[in-house]
Design a protein around this ligand. Structure first.
Ligand code: TRP
Length: 480
Protein backbone atom coordinates (compact mmCIF):
# COMPACT_ATOMS: atom_id res chain seq x y z
CA UNK A 1 0.00 0.00 0.00
CA UNK A 2 1.26 3.48 -0.77
CA UNK A 3 2.29 5.44 2.27
CA UNK A 4 2.57 9.24 2.12
CA UNK A 5 6.36 8.76 2.01
CA UNK A 6 6.13 6.34 -0.97
CA UNK A 7 3.98 8.82 -2.83
CA UNK A 8 6.30 11.66 -1.92
CA UNK A 9 9.23 9.75 -3.35
CA UNK A 10 7.34 8.77 -6.51
CA UNK A 11 6.34 12.40 -6.97
CA UNK A 12 9.87 13.63 -6.55
CA UNK A 13 11.03 11.10 -9.13
CA UNK A 14 8.26 12.14 -11.53
CA UNK A 15 9.21 15.83 -11.05
CA UNK A 16 12.76 14.97 -12.03
CA UNK A 17 11.51 12.96 -15.01
CA UNK A 18 9.51 15.95 -16.27
CA UNK A 19 12.52 18.21 -15.96
CA UNK A 20 14.65 15.69 -17.76
CA UNK A 21 12.24 15.34 -20.67
CA UNK A 22 11.97 19.11 -20.98
CA UNK A 23 15.76 19.50 -20.89
CA UNK A 24 16.08 16.88 -23.62
CA UNK A 25 13.57 18.90 -25.64
CA UNK A 26 11.33 15.85 -25.78
CA UNK A 27 8.33 16.04 -28.10
CA UNK A 28 5.27 17.95 -26.97
CA UNK A 29 3.04 14.91 -26.39
CA UNK A 30 5.67 13.28 -24.24
CA UNK A 31 6.10 16.38 -22.08
CA UNK A 32 2.34 16.79 -21.83
CA UNK A 33 1.71 13.24 -20.64
CA UNK A 34 4.54 13.39 -18.09
CA UNK A 35 3.11 16.64 -16.72
CA UNK A 36 -0.41 15.19 -16.58
CA UNK A 37 0.86 12.23 -14.58
CA UNK A 38 2.68 14.61 -12.23
CA UNK A 39 -0.52 16.59 -11.65
CA UNK A 40 -2.55 13.46 -10.94
CA UNK A 41 0.06 12.30 -8.47
CA UNK A 42 -0.07 15.68 -6.75
CA UNK A 43 -3.85 15.27 -6.36
CA UNK A 44 -3.36 11.81 -4.84
CA UNK A 45 -0.77 13.19 -2.49
CA UNK A 46 -3.05 15.99 -1.35
CA UNK A 47 -5.89 13.58 -0.63
CA UNK A 48 -3.65 11.19 1.26
CA UNK A 49 -1.79 13.72 3.38
CA UNK A 50 -4.02 16.78 3.39
CA UNK A 51 -0.93 18.75 2.34
CA UNK A 52 0.28 20.23 -0.94
CA UNK A 53 3.32 18.51 -2.35
CA UNK A 54 6.44 20.60 -1.97
CA UNK A 55 9.71 19.44 -3.47
CA UNK A 56 12.32 18.91 -0.79
CA UNK A 57 9.73 18.75 2.00
CA UNK A 58 8.72 15.25 2.95
CA UNK A 59 5.22 14.76 4.39
CA UNK A 60 4.77 15.57 8.05
CA UNK A 61 2.63 13.38 10.30
CA UNK A 62 -1.01 14.14 9.54
CA UNK A 63 -4.59 13.05 10.21
CA UNK A 64 -4.85 10.87 7.16
CA UNK A 65 -1.53 9.16 7.05
CA UNK A 66 -2.29 7.08 10.09
CA UNK A 67 -5.98 6.62 9.57
CA UNK A 68 -5.32 3.92 6.98
CA UNK A 69 -5.64 0.41 8.34
CA UNK A 70 -2.08 -0.72 7.84
CA UNK A 71 -0.40 2.33 9.23
CA UNK A 72 -1.62 2.54 12.76
CA UNK A 73 1.34 2.72 15.00
CA UNK A 74 -0.96 3.44 17.91
CA UNK A 75 -2.88 0.91 19.93
CA UNK A 76 -6.25 1.97 18.59
CA UNK A 77 -7.27 0.42 15.28
CA UNK A 78 -10.32 2.03 13.73
CA UNK A 79 -11.31 1.30 10.16
CA UNK A 80 -14.36 -0.21 8.45
CA UNK A 81 -13.05 -3.75 9.05
CA UNK A 82 -11.44 -3.62 12.45
CA UNK A 83 -11.99 -1.79 15.72
CA UNK A 84 -9.72 -2.62 18.63
CA UNK A 85 -7.74 -1.03 21.44
CA UNK A 86 -5.77 -2.27 24.40
CA UNK A 87 -7.64 0.02 26.81
CA UNK A 88 -10.57 -1.35 28.81
CA UNK A 89 -12.11 2.12 28.64
CA UNK A 90 -12.38 1.74 24.88
CA UNK A 91 -10.99 3.74 21.98
CA UNK A 92 -9.52 7.18 22.76
CA UNK A 93 -12.10 9.21 20.85
CA UNK A 94 -10.45 12.59 21.40
CA UNK A 95 -7.32 11.31 19.71
CA UNK A 96 -9.41 9.88 16.91
CA UNK A 97 -10.94 13.29 16.21
CA UNK A 98 -7.44 14.72 15.78
CA UNK A 99 -6.34 11.79 13.61
CA UNK A 100 -9.41 11.88 11.37
CA UNK A 101 -9.53 15.69 11.26
CA UNK A 102 -13.20 15.88 12.27
CA UNK A 103 -14.71 18.21 14.90
CA UNK A 104 -15.74 17.40 18.43
CA UNK A 105 -19.44 17.80 19.23
CA UNK A 106 -19.10 20.52 21.85
CA UNK A 107 -21.82 21.46 24.32
CA UNK A 108 -22.39 24.57 22.23
CA UNK A 109 -23.44 22.45 19.23
CA UNK A 110 -25.75 20.32 21.39
CA UNK A 111 -27.34 23.54 22.73
CA UNK A 112 -27.74 24.86 19.22
CA UNK A 113 -29.49 21.68 18.08
CA UNK A 114 -31.84 22.08 21.04
CA UNK A 115 -32.53 25.72 20.11
CA UNK A 116 -33.08 25.06 16.42
CA UNK A 117 -35.36 22.05 16.92
CA UNK A 118 -37.04 23.17 20.14
CA UNK A 119 -36.52 19.62 21.46
CA UNK A 120 -34.44 18.15 24.27
CA UNK A 121 -31.34 16.72 22.61
CA UNK A 122 -31.29 12.92 22.36
CA UNK A 123 -29.34 11.27 25.18
CA UNK A 124 -26.81 10.01 22.60
CA UNK A 125 -25.94 13.70 22.11
CA UNK A 126 -26.14 14.63 25.79
CA UNK A 127 -23.79 11.78 26.73
CA UNK A 128 -21.25 12.08 23.95
CA UNK A 129 -22.23 8.80 22.27
CA UNK A 130 -22.45 10.85 19.09
CA UNK A 131 -19.21 12.73 19.71
CA UNK A 132 -17.81 14.00 16.42
CA UNK A 133 -19.10 15.76 13.31
CA UNK A 134 -18.27 17.37 10.02
CA UNK A 135 -20.17 20.48 8.91
CA UNK A 136 -23.12 20.07 11.28
CA UNK A 137 -23.21 23.85 11.79
CA UNK A 138 -23.68 24.23 8.04
CA UNK A 139 -26.70 21.90 8.14
CA UNK A 140 -28.20 23.98 10.97
CA UNK A 141 -27.46 27.29 9.19
CA UNK A 142 -29.26 25.98 6.12
CA UNK A 143 -32.12 24.58 8.17
CA UNK A 144 -32.57 27.91 9.94
CA UNK A 145 -32.86 29.64 6.60
CA UNK A 146 -35.53 27.11 5.63
CA UNK A 147 -33.36 24.98 3.40
CA UNK A 148 -34.06 21.32 3.98
CA UNK A 149 -31.62 18.44 3.96
CA UNK A 150 -31.87 14.66 3.96
CA UNK A 151 -30.47 11.85 6.08
CA UNK A 152 -28.45 8.92 4.76
CA UNK A 153 -27.33 5.90 6.72
CA UNK A 154 -26.78 2.23 5.95
CA UNK A 155 -26.17 -1.33 6.97
CA UNK A 156 -23.98 -4.11 5.64
CA UNK A 157 -26.22 -7.19 5.99
CA UNK A 158 -23.69 -9.87 6.92
CA UNK A 159 -26.17 -12.11 8.70
CA UNK A 160 -29.87 -12.39 9.38
CA UNK A 161 -29.38 -11.37 13.00
CA UNK A 162 -28.75 -7.80 14.05
CA UNK A 163 -27.42 -6.99 17.51
CA UNK A 164 -28.17 -4.04 19.76
CA UNK A 165 -24.99 -2.19 18.72
CA UNK A 166 -26.29 -2.06 15.13
CA UNK A 167 -29.27 -0.09 16.31
CA UNK A 168 -27.32 2.94 17.59
CA UNK A 169 -27.15 4.86 14.29
CA UNK A 170 -30.72 3.87 13.41
CA UNK A 171 -32.25 4.94 16.73
CA UNK A 172 -30.44 8.25 16.46
CA UNK A 173 -31.42 8.69 12.81
CA UNK A 174 -35.04 8.06 13.77
CA UNK A 175 -34.77 10.89 16.33
CA UNK A 176 -33.20 13.20 13.74
CA UNK A 177 -35.96 12.38 11.27
CA UNK A 178 -38.59 13.13 13.91
CA UNK A 179 -37.17 16.46 15.07
CA UNK A 180 -36.17 17.82 11.65
CA UNK A 181 -38.94 16.12 9.66
CA UNK A 182 -36.71 15.23 6.71
CA UNK A 183 -36.40 12.36 4.20
CA UNK A 184 -34.13 9.41 4.93
CA UNK A 185 -32.39 6.96 2.62
CA UNK A 186 -30.97 3.69 3.98
CA UNK A 187 -28.44 1.80 1.87
CA UNK A 188 -28.27 -1.95 2.39
CA UNK A 189 -24.83 -2.92 1.08
CA UNK A 190 -25.52 -6.57 0.25
CA UNK A 191 -23.01 -6.16 -2.61
CA UNK A 192 -20.33 -5.13 -0.09
CA UNK A 193 -20.94 -8.19 2.07
CA UNK A 194 -20.80 -10.47 -0.97
CA UNK A 195 -17.44 -8.97 -1.94
CA UNK A 196 -15.93 -9.14 1.55
CA UNK A 197 -17.38 -12.28 3.06
CA UNK A 198 -17.69 -15.89 2.06
CA UNK A 199 -21.42 -15.62 1.34
CA UNK A 200 -23.56 -16.22 -1.74
CA UNK A 201 -25.34 -13.34 -3.46
CA UNK A 202 -28.67 -14.95 -2.57
CA UNK A 203 -27.77 -15.06 1.12
CA UNK A 204 -26.65 -11.42 1.16
CA UNK A 205 -29.85 -10.33 -0.51
CA UNK A 206 -31.93 -12.39 1.88
CA UNK A 207 -30.13 -10.78 4.84
CA UNK A 208 -30.99 -7.36 3.39
CA UNK A 209 -34.67 -8.21 3.57
CA UNK A 210 -34.32 -9.69 7.06
CA UNK A 211 -32.34 -6.74 8.40
CA UNK A 212 -34.63 -4.22 6.73
CA UNK A 213 -37.44 -5.46 8.95
CA UNK A 214 -35.43 -4.73 12.09
CA UNK A 215 -34.52 -1.31 10.73
CA UNK A 216 -38.10 -0.49 9.80
CA UNK A 217 -39.14 -1.52 13.30
CA UNK A 218 -37.18 1.47 14.68
CA UNK A 219 -40.23 3.42 13.57
CA UNK A 220 -39.15 5.62 10.66
CA UNK A 221 -41.73 7.77 8.90
CA UNK A 222 -43.01 5.44 6.16
CA UNK A 223 -43.74 8.33 3.83
CA UNK A 224 -40.26 9.77 4.10
CA UNK A 225 -38.06 6.70 4.20
CA UNK A 226 -36.46 4.82 1.33
CA UNK A 227 -34.59 1.61 2.15
CA UNK A 228 -32.83 -0.02 -0.77
CA UNK A 229 -30.67 -3.00 -1.57
CA UNK A 230 -27.61 -2.15 -3.67
CA UNK A 231 -28.07 -5.41 -5.58
CA UNK A 232 -31.51 -4.24 -6.70
CA UNK A 233 -31.23 -0.46 -6.87
CA UNK A 234 -27.86 -0.20 -8.66
CA UNK A 235 -29.22 -1.98 -11.70
CA UNK A 236 -32.57 -0.27 -11.64
CA UNK A 237 -31.69 3.38 -11.16
CA UNK A 238 -29.84 5.11 -14.01
CA UNK A 239 -29.36 8.21 -11.86
CA UNK A 240 -27.72 6.28 -9.05
CA UNK A 241 -25.36 4.46 -11.38
CA UNK A 242 -24.35 7.68 -13.11
CA UNK A 243 -23.15 9.04 -9.78
CA UNK A 244 -21.25 5.83 -9.02
CA UNK A 245 -19.42 6.17 -12.34
CA UNK A 246 -18.65 9.85 -11.72
CA UNK A 247 -17.05 8.99 -8.40
CA UNK A 248 -15.16 6.08 -9.97
CA UNK A 249 -13.66 8.40 -12.57
CA UNK A 250 -12.39 10.86 -9.96
CA UNK A 251 -10.80 8.56 -7.41
CA UNK A 252 -7.55 6.78 -8.22
CA UNK A 253 -6.33 3.35 -7.14
CA UNK A 254 -3.58 5.10 -5.20
CA UNK A 255 -6.15 7.05 -3.25
CA UNK A 256 -8.25 4.04 -2.21
CA UNK A 257 -5.07 2.14 -1.36
CA UNK A 258 -4.11 5.02 0.90
CA UNK A 259 -7.53 5.40 2.50
CA UNK A 260 -8.65 1.76 2.82
CA UNK A 261 -5.43 -0.23 2.65
CA UNK A 262 -6.42 -2.22 -0.46
CA UNK A 263 -3.61 -4.20 -2.01
CA UNK A 264 -2.92 -5.37 -5.55
CA UNK A 265 -4.41 -8.75 -4.73
CA UNK A 266 -7.79 -7.44 -3.56
CA UNK A 267 -10.55 -8.17 -6.06
CA UNK A 268 -11.55 -5.23 -8.24
CA UNK A 269 -15.06 -5.27 -6.75
CA UNK A 270 -13.65 -4.13 -3.41
CA UNK A 271 -11.56 -1.46 -5.04
CA UNK A 272 -14.53 0.17 -6.73
CA UNK A 273 -17.01 -0.40 -3.90
CA UNK A 274 -16.33 2.91 -2.07
CA UNK A 275 -17.92 4.72 -5.04
CA UNK A 276 -21.16 2.82 -4.34
CA UNK A 277 -21.20 3.84 -0.69
CA UNK A 278 -20.47 7.43 -1.79
CA UNK A 279 -23.33 7.75 -4.31
CA UNK A 280 -26.26 8.06 -1.83
CA UNK A 281 -24.58 11.22 -0.48
CA UNK A 282 -25.78 13.06 -3.61
CA UNK A 283 -29.45 13.92 -3.81
CA UNK A 284 -29.82 13.31 -7.54
CA UNK A 285 -29.11 9.61 -6.94
CA UNK A 286 -32.78 9.52 -5.85
CA UNK A 287 -34.86 11.26 -8.53
CA UNK A 288 -38.01 9.63 -7.13
CA UNK A 289 -37.48 11.73 -3.99
CA UNK A 290 -35.59 14.84 -5.11
CA UNK A 291 -36.33 15.06 -8.84
CA UNK A 292 -33.23 16.29 -10.63
CA UNK A 293 -32.06 18.44 -7.73
CA UNK A 294 -28.43 17.84 -6.90
CA UNK A 295 -28.20 20.52 -4.24
CA UNK A 296 -30.12 19.02 -1.33
CA UNK A 297 -27.53 18.60 1.37
CA UNK A 298 -26.99 15.21 2.94
CA UNK A 299 -26.34 14.44 6.63
CA UNK A 300 -24.89 11.03 7.46
CA UNK A 301 -25.21 9.61 11.00
CA UNK A 302 -22.81 6.65 11.29
CA UNK A 303 -20.29 4.96 13.54
CA UNK A 304 -16.86 6.58 13.23
CA UNK A 305 -15.38 3.50 11.50
CA UNK A 306 -17.32 4.46 8.34
CA UNK A 307 -15.59 7.84 8.12
CA UNK A 308 -12.95 6.76 5.57
CA UNK A 309 -15.72 6.26 2.97
CA UNK A 310 -17.02 9.73 3.57
CA UNK A 311 -13.63 11.42 3.70
CA UNK A 312 -13.22 10.10 0.18
CA UNK A 313 -16.76 11.23 -0.73
CA UNK A 314 -16.16 14.73 0.64
CA UNK A 315 -12.97 14.97 -1.34
CA UNK A 316 -14.57 14.09 -4.70
CA UNK A 317 -17.87 15.93 -4.18
CA UNK A 318 -16.74 19.43 -5.27
CA UNK A 319 -14.79 17.95 -8.17
CA UNK A 320 -17.99 16.47 -9.64
CA UNK A 321 -20.08 19.52 -8.87
CA UNK A 322 -21.85 18.32 -5.71
CA UNK A 323 -22.14 19.40 -2.07
CA UNK A 324 -20.05 17.61 0.52
CA UNK A 325 -22.16 15.46 2.86
CA UNK A 326 -22.13 16.44 6.55
CA UNK A 327 -21.55 13.77 9.19
CA UNK A 328 -22.36 12.84 12.76
CA UNK A 329 -20.12 10.10 14.20
CA UNK A 330 -20.92 7.71 17.03
CA UNK A 331 -18.67 5.78 19.38
CA UNK A 332 -18.75 1.99 19.28
CA UNK A 333 -21.05 -0.22 21.26
CA UNK A 334 -18.75 -2.31 23.48
CA UNK A 335 -18.61 -6.12 23.31
CA UNK A 336 -19.82 -7.96 26.42
CA UNK A 337 -16.23 -8.91 27.23
CA UNK A 338 -15.07 -5.30 27.36
CA UNK A 339 -14.66 -2.08 25.42
CA UNK A 340 -11.45 -3.23 23.74
CA UNK A 341 -13.61 -4.28 20.79
CA UNK A 342 -17.03 -3.42 19.48
CA UNK A 343 -19.93 -5.82 19.67
CA UNK A 344 -19.65 -8.22 16.75
CA UNK A 345 -22.36 -10.42 15.26
CA UNK A 346 -19.82 -13.10 14.39
CA UNK A 347 -19.23 -13.79 18.10
CA UNK A 348 -22.53 -14.82 19.71
CA UNK A 349 -21.06 -14.57 23.20
CA UNK A 350 -19.97 -10.98 22.67
CA UNK A 351 -23.37 -9.90 21.42
CA UNK A 352 -26.95 -9.30 22.44
CA UNK A 353 -29.14 -9.95 19.44
CA UNK A 354 -32.44 -8.25 18.71
CA UNK A 355 -34.04 -11.66 18.77
CA UNK A 356 -32.73 -12.46 22.30
CA UNK A 357 -35.39 -12.56 24.99
CA UNK A 358 -35.14 -10.45 28.13
CA UNK A 359 -34.12 -13.59 29.98
CA UNK A 360 -31.36 -14.40 27.52
CA UNK A 361 -30.10 -10.82 27.74
CA UNK A 362 -29.95 -11.04 31.50
CA UNK A 363 -28.10 -14.37 31.38
CA UNK A 364 -25.55 -13.11 28.87
CA UNK A 365 -24.88 -9.96 30.86
CA UNK A 366 -24.55 -11.88 34.11
CA UNK A 367 -22.29 -14.49 32.62
CA UNK A 368 -20.13 -12.60 30.16
CA UNK A 369 -20.24 -8.86 30.86
CA UNK A 370 -16.88 -7.51 31.98
CA UNK A 371 -17.39 -5.71 35.27
CA UNK A 372 -14.00 -4.25 36.05
CA UNK A 373 -11.63 -7.13 36.20
CA UNK A 374 -11.10 -7.43 39.92
CA UNK A 375 -9.97 -10.98 40.38
CA UNK A 376 -11.60 -11.77 43.66
CA UNK A 377 -14.73 -10.75 45.51
CA UNK A 378 -12.48 -9.50 48.34
CA UNK A 379 -10.52 -7.28 46.00
CA UNK A 380 -13.72 -5.93 44.51
CA UNK A 381 -15.12 -5.21 47.96
CA UNK A 382 -11.95 -3.38 48.92
CA UNK A 383 -11.56 -1.32 45.76
CA UNK A 384 -15.16 -0.74 44.67
CA UNK A 385 -16.51 -0.74 41.12
CA UNK A 386 -15.24 1.25 38.17
CA UNK A 387 -18.03 2.41 35.82
CA UNK A 388 -15.43 3.53 33.27
CA UNK A 389 -14.67 -0.05 32.34
CA UNK A 390 -17.85 -1.79 33.51
CA UNK A 391 -19.65 -3.01 30.40
CA UNK A 392 -23.12 -3.37 31.89
CA UNK A 393 -22.88 0.20 33.14
CA UNK A 394 -21.76 1.32 29.67
CA UNK A 395 -24.86 -0.34 28.22
CA UNK A 396 -27.00 1.67 30.60
CA UNK A 397 -25.44 4.88 29.24
CA UNK A 398 -26.65 3.82 25.80
CA UNK A 399 -30.13 2.70 26.73
CA UNK A 400 -31.24 4.15 30.04
CA UNK A 401 -32.73 7.47 29.09
CA UNK A 402 -33.23 8.87 32.59
CA UNK A 403 -30.14 10.99 33.41
CA UNK A 404 -30.85 11.14 37.14
CA UNK A 405 -31.31 7.43 37.51
CA UNK A 406 -28.14 6.78 35.53
CA UNK A 407 -26.12 9.13 37.74
CA UNK A 408 -27.48 7.46 40.85
CA UNK A 409 -26.45 4.05 39.58
CA UNK A 410 -23.02 5.41 38.63
CA UNK A 411 -22.39 6.75 42.09
CA UNK A 412 -23.55 3.55 43.71
CA UNK A 413 -21.36 1.55 41.40
CA UNK A 414 -18.29 3.61 42.30
CA UNK A 415 -18.89 3.08 45.97
CA UNK A 416 -20.24 -0.41 45.55
CA UNK A 417 -18.61 -3.10 47.52
CA UNK A 418 -20.43 -5.69 45.55
CA UNK A 419 -19.53 -7.09 42.17
CA UNK A 420 -21.60 -6.24 39.12
CA UNK A 421 -23.18 -9.66 39.18
CA UNK A 422 -24.51 -8.91 42.64
CA UNK A 423 -25.79 -5.44 41.89
CA UNK A 424 -26.96 -6.34 38.45
CA UNK A 425 -30.03 -8.15 39.64
CA UNK A 426 -31.27 -4.93 41.08
CA UNK A 427 -30.35 -3.04 37.94
CA UNK A 428 -31.62 -5.70 35.63
CA UNK A 429 -35.11 -4.36 35.57
CA UNK A 430 -33.78 -0.90 34.76
CA UNK A 431 -31.59 -2.46 32.13
CA UNK A 432 -34.49 -4.29 30.56
CA UNK A 433 -36.49 -1.13 30.59
CA UNK A 434 -33.53 0.90 29.34
CA UNK A 435 -33.00 -1.59 26.62
CA UNK A 436 -36.54 -1.08 25.42
CA UNK A 437 -35.09 0.42 22.23
CA UNK A 438 -34.00 -2.98 21.12
CA UNK A 439 -36.50 -5.23 22.79
CA UNK A 440 -39.14 -3.02 21.31
CA UNK A 441 -37.50 -3.42 17.93
CA UNK A 442 -37.68 -7.16 18.09
CA UNK A 443 -41.20 -7.10 19.48
CA UNK A 444 -42.33 -4.81 16.75
CA UNK A 445 -40.51 -6.84 14.20
CA UNK A 446 -42.51 -9.87 15.20
CA UNK A 447 -45.63 -7.83 14.89
CA UNK A 448 -44.73 -6.18 11.59
CA UNK A 449 -47.24 -7.45 9.07
CA UNK A 450 -45.82 -8.26 5.73
CA UNK A 451 -48.67 -8.19 3.26
CA UNK A 452 -46.93 -10.35 0.73
CA UNK A 453 -44.29 -12.49 2.36
CA UNK A 454 -42.72 -13.36 -0.97
CA UNK A 455 -42.05 -9.71 -1.61
CA UNK A 456 -41.22 -8.75 1.96
CA UNK A 457 -40.61 -5.07 1.47
CA UNK A 458 -40.82 -4.46 -2.22
CA UNK A 459 -42.57 -1.59 -3.78
CA UNK A 460 -42.91 -0.28 -7.29
CA UNK A 461 -41.20 3.05 -7.37
CA UNK A 462 -41.32 3.79 -11.05
CA UNK A 463 -44.52 2.16 -12.28
CA UNK A 464 -44.04 3.70 -15.67
CA UNK A 465 -40.80 1.86 -16.08
CA UNK A 466 -42.24 -1.25 -14.51
CA UNK A 467 -39.20 -1.74 -12.34
CA UNK A 468 -39.48 -3.26 -8.95
CA UNK A 469 -37.14 -1.56 -6.55
CA UNK A 470 -36.34 -2.79 -3.11
CA UNK A 471 -37.05 -1.74 -0.40
CA UNK A 472 -39.56 0.91 0.44
CA UNK A 473 -41.14 0.70 3.81
CA UNK A 474 -44.31 2.56 3.03
CA UNK A 475 -47.49 0.61 2.30
CA UNK A 476 -46.04 -2.84 2.23
CA UNK A 477 -45.05 -3.15 5.83
CA UNK A 478 -47.42 -1.95 8.46
CA UNK A 479 -45.96 -1.27 11.83
CA UNK A 480 -48.19 -1.86 14.77
N1 TRP B 1 -20.57 -0.14 5.05
C1 TRP B 1 -21.59 -0.14 6.06
C2 TRP B 1 -21.54 -1.47 6.86
O1 TRP B 1 -20.80 -2.36 6.55
C3 TRP B 1 -22.97 0.06 5.50
C4 TRP B 1 -23.24 1.47 5.02
C5 TRP B 1 -23.47 1.85 3.71
C6 TRP B 1 -23.34 2.63 5.81
N2 TRP B 1 -23.71 3.18 3.66
C7 TRP B 1 -23.65 3.70 4.92
C8 TRP B 1 -23.25 2.88 7.19
C9 TRP B 1 -23.84 5.00 5.39
C10 TRP B 1 -23.42 4.18 7.65
C11 TRP B 1 -23.72 5.24 6.75
O2 TRP B 1 -22.25 -1.62 7.81
Amino acid sequence: MSSPMDLYEQLTAQGLAVRHIKAQKGNKAEVESAVQLLLRMKEDYKLLTGQDYQAGRPPTHTEDDDSGPAEDDEDDQVNPWNVSTSSAKGVDYDKLIVRFGSCKIEQELVDRIARVTGKTPHHFLRRGIFFSHRDMHQILDAYESRKSFYLYTGRGPSSGAMHVGHLIPFLFTKWLQDVFDVPLVVQMTDDEKYLWKDLSLEDCHRYTLENARDIIACGFDPDKTFIFSDLDYMGASPSFYRNVVKVQKHVTFNQVKGIFGFTDSDCIGKISFPAIQAAPSFSNSFPQIFGDRNDVQCLIPCAIDQDPYFRMTRDVAPRIGYLKPALLHSTFFPALQGAQTKMSASDANSSIFLTDTAKQIKNKVNKHAFSGGKDTVEEHRKLGGNPDVDVSFMYLTFFLEDDEQLEKIRQERCASHRRTEEVFDRDASAHDRGASGETQASDRRDRATVHDPAQTTLQLLEPSEERTLTVFCSCVITLC
